[in-house]
Design a protein around this ligand. Sequence first.
Ligand code: I3S
Length: 128
Amino acid sequence: DSCPSSPPTSPSQKCGLLNMTKITEHGKKVRKNWTSSWTVLQGSALLFTKSQGGGTSWFGASQSKPEFTVDLRGGAVEWASKDKSSKKHVLELKTRQGTELLIQSDNDGVINEWFRALQDSISTHAWE
Ligand code: I3S
């Protein structure tokens, strides 16, 4: 229901508002910069767009270009260890391209759903 434009039968389609920061880019550590991003999972692609003025609607997101896209194929997702962040409910996503991201929501139900969706996408698209 948070992704009105996607077919209800597709498990790897999900979107929502999450906090996100890169921690590594092309294998090099980068400075954290937490931003609130409208996040869209489409098959093996994870898209982040800047959320504008607290607007969380799909309509608003579909009009802004993806700020950043991650290819999940060959990647891995796990719960971030305590030393990675002081925040609660943090996922660590590693891509085959050497990018590491932290993804966070204050809502544990929300982050659990994303954990499952990302795992599902990674295993579904593993052999492409
Ligand atoms: O892993 P760190 O360095 O403790 O991460 C914190 C910093 O990035 C901090 O910003 P600056 O030190 O660049 O001003 C952020 O405001 C914090 O949110 C970061 O820590 P958390 O634990 O929130 O991920």
